[in-house]
Design a protein around this ligand. Structure first.
Ligand code: ZN
Ligand code: ZN
Ligand code: FE
Length: 722
């Protein structure tokens, strides 16, 4: 086998389940050596870690064969993969466990219905025909039903259901697919629905809002082609324009509405079954208010037997959004759902299997040919990310928006499910419960707590009152540290940390930062030229404020029409300084006439990305050393001379990518890690990465952990540890 040097990658596969003591390591060794791939296999405390190096097609074949040819006794219950830079292995080695002292067992995530269970579900001769709680050891609920460890039926929310003789036989038979399947159930002995599935399907098709009790919480469902029903849902949920996720009955249906690459297909059909961001195919029968002008549609396939059955009765795209009002946690309990969703949903499809903890649908996409998780919840949580070194027992409490928490155990960092924004009493209660829950499940005693530097984050407040030794971690340091950690990069590296806002070391609002990371220290080597945000927080929603500020600076006071804003800028009142690239996006979007406001976080930037369309150009504005003045002047000129919006948008994005490449060249570092909410912008990521790679840099972007504030806890845990 010939391997093209330079195109080599290291594939890391973390396997969880019954993979120890079943001849798995010798099997991996034989497979890798047969394929001529070097690497390692290691028994870690939480699972089996396989690493092989080679070119991408060989790695893909290896992964397929690992799945297909594994020892019969091995049961792989969950798997996560990352593509890393080669470690330069010269042979294949079986490593002995490096952490025998730790006895942490991974708690597994909820997994989508497997093909065998689906076949039984649809087979009229099977005793589980149309039974919506069918599962086996390969699939079904896990994290959403576990109450305590060890994972055993009496310690799950299935404890109230007595196995019938037939189910008990399956459960006790080592040769059966349901041997020790804790949530095992059948129509005789298991959970039951509160109403008929056909009736529910009719309600959806009649334009009604349905609350469905899913795996990790309630979902609100509505016909995605019914504009009136969708707008009704938006009004009741207080969700203005943020795109809704869709569930579609089949992959064929998804293809009717979206472009689907092979990698995206794999992701859609994976056991995690996340919402996948896909490019829409243009004109469609979907109501325009499902995703407004978003460049992507978030689509998932049915992932539980209940969803499969419902989508068969109702084979149309449906909106499937979390069962809550905006800013509140997802409802999980029947009575709670009745109370909290009262006035939103008209029909409640419930059941009597309790949900142990909320776990939203996850969101992922494919960027740079790799999976990138944007919201880590159902299907992923609470699997760990492996750290390059041992960490002390740190509890990391994350940021304020898109909060998630983490605990470090040896070399594993266990990440909680997405908790959400900590603006409401309910969400702060959910945050505290997530901490308590994670610590209890893993029998974890924190020695210290890591939090953000921001004094006003609810998570920081909690940390301050925890009574534990405290480590404050700067927000943008945490972003790039999270990216470096999950990519196994120890430094030195250049960290590019761009987002909407984070508390800077100098007390100003940061968000356009470059750091040199070396020997455990960050040096801020470049940043966006700071500008004032008139009205402070109000500028987040009203992007025209950032535009006014930049025009004030470049053209003078007369460029600002609004007298209040002008006075704010003249006197520097209530106008904090910021180096945020997120706010620069808002300003550019406003001046280009694309969006004056954001109805949800990042909307103006998303619309500017969408404005590029299919335009392929390397034309760019100038952004010398992060000074936006020439860029703002040029956008103004382009708008005045009626340059096409797509060109303005492309030149803007290219300017940012070029700036990253310029700083990377000056820094003279090979490794570049990009993190922060701005890097949810696929165009910017692809552009910057390809420029950097052309110039010989190695580029690291997020895979398992979100680039947005959902990844902050991982960075905090890693940095607090040393
Ligand atoms: Zn199954
Ligand atoms: Zn039964
Ligand atoms: Fe951030």
């Amino acid at each position: 086998m010939t391997l093209v040097a330079g195109n080599r990658e290291r594939l890391r596969i973390a396997l969880y389940g019954a993979v120890q003591g079943v001849g798995f390591r010798p099997f991996v060794y034989r497979l890798a050596t047969e394929m001529g791939l070097n690497g390692t296999v290691l028994n870690s405390s939480a699972g089996l870690i396989v690493e092989v190096e080679g070119c991408r097609p060989d790695l893909d074949v290896f992964l397929k064969r690992l799945e297909a040819e594994r020892p019969a006794a091995a049961v792989v219950l969950a798997r996560e993969t990352s593509l890393l830079v080669p470690a330069g292995y010269t042979r294949f080695e079986i490593l002995s466990s490096d952490e025998a002292a730790e006895k942490t067992t991974a708690i597994l995530p909820d997994l989508a219905t497997c093909p065998q269970c689906l076949a039984e579900l649809l087979d009229p001769t099977n005793r589980r025909f149309q039974y919506p709680f069918t599962n086996c050891t390969q699939c079904g609920p896990r994290y959403s039903i576990i109450l305590d460890i060890p994972y055993d039926r009496p310690r799950t929310t299935m404890r109230g259901f007595q196995l019938c003789p037939e189910c008990a036989r399956e459960y006790a038979d080592p040769a059966d697919r349901r041997f020790h399947a804790q949530p095992n159930a059948c129509p005789t002995c298991g959970p039951q629905l509160s109403m008929g599935i056909r009736e529910t399907a009719h309600a959806i098709q009649a334009g009604r809002i349905v609350a469905l009790k899913g795996i990790g919480g309630f979902q609100l469902l509505v016909d995605a082609a019914n504009e009136e029903a969708v707008s009704h849902l938006r009004r009741l949920k207080h969700r203005e324009e943020k795109p809704f996720a869709l569930m579609m009955p089949s992959l064929e249906k998804v293809r009717e509405y979206c472009q689907v690459s092979p990698e995206e297909e794999t992701l859609l059909r994976s056991p995690a079954a996340p919402v996948v961001l896909l490019r829409p195919r243009g004109a469609s029968s979907l109501a325009p208010n499902v995703a407004h002008n978003s460049p992507y549609l978030g689509v998932m396939l049915p992932y539980s037997p209940l969803h499969h059955l419902l989508m068969r009765e109702c084979p149309i795209p449906i909106v499937a959004t979390s069962g809550n009002r905006s800013d509140e946690p997802i409802a999980i309990d029947n009575d709670e759902a009745r109370a909290r969703l009262d006035g939103i949903a008209e029909v409640f499809l419930m059941h009597d299997r309790p949900i142990a903890r909320p776990c939203d649908d996850s969101v992922a996409r494919v960027t740079r040919g790799r999976e990138s998780v944007l919201r880590r919840a159902r299907g992923y949580a609470p699997l760990p990310v492996r750290s390059a070194r041992e960490l002390p027992a740190v509890l990391a409490v994350g940021a304020h928006l898109k909060n998630a928490v983490a605990i470090a155990v040896g070399r594993q960092v266990f990440l909680s499910q997405h908790v959400g924004d900590l603006d409401t009493v309910e969400s702060r209660a959910a945050f505290e419960k997530a901490i308590e829950d994670l610590c209890r499940l893993y029998r974890f005693q924190p020695e210290m707590v890591a939090c953000d530097l921001h004094p006003d984050y609810a998570s920081t407040h909690w940390a301050l009152h925890s009574g534990l030794p405290l480590v404050k971690v700067q927000h943008h340091h945490a972003h790039v540290a999270a990216c470096a950690a999950e990519n196994d990069v120890t430094g030195p590296y250049l960290g590019v940390s761009w987002d909407g806002a984070g508390y800077g070391l100098d007390g100003t609002v940061w968000g356009g930062e470059f750091f040199l990371f070396e020997n455990g220290r960050f040096e801020r080597i470049a940043h966006l030229r700071p500008f004032r945000l008139p009205g402070g927080e109000a500028a987040i929603r009203e992007g025209w404020r950032s535009a006014a500020s930049l025009l004030y600076e470049t053209e003078g006071p007369q460029a600002v029409q609004d007298p209040v804003i002008r006075r704010m800028l003249e006197r520097s009142v209530n106008s904090p300084l910021s180096s945020s690239v997120g706010r620069l996006f808002d300003a550019a979007s406003s001046i280009a006439g694309v969006a004056q406001e954001s109805r949800f976080e990042g909307q103006a930037a998303m619309l500017l990305e969408r404005a590029i369309g299919d335009l392929d150009t390397s034309e760019s504005y100038r952004l010398p050393e992060g000074d936006w003045a020439p860029l703002i002047d040029a956008i103004r000129r382009d708008v005045e001379t009626s340059v096409a919006c797509e060109m303005i948008a492309a030149r803007f994005h290219n300017a940012l990518a070029n700036w990253i490449a310029a700083v990377a060249r000056r820094a003279g570092l090979r490794d570049v890690a990009m993190s922060g909410g701005v890097f949810q912008n696929a165009y910017l990521v692809e552009r910057a990465a390809s420029l950097l790679q052309q110039r010989g840099h190695r580029v690291y972007t997020h895979q398992r952990v979100p680039p947005n504030d959902g990844g902050i806890a991982l960075g905090q845990a890693v940095l607090a540890g040393g």
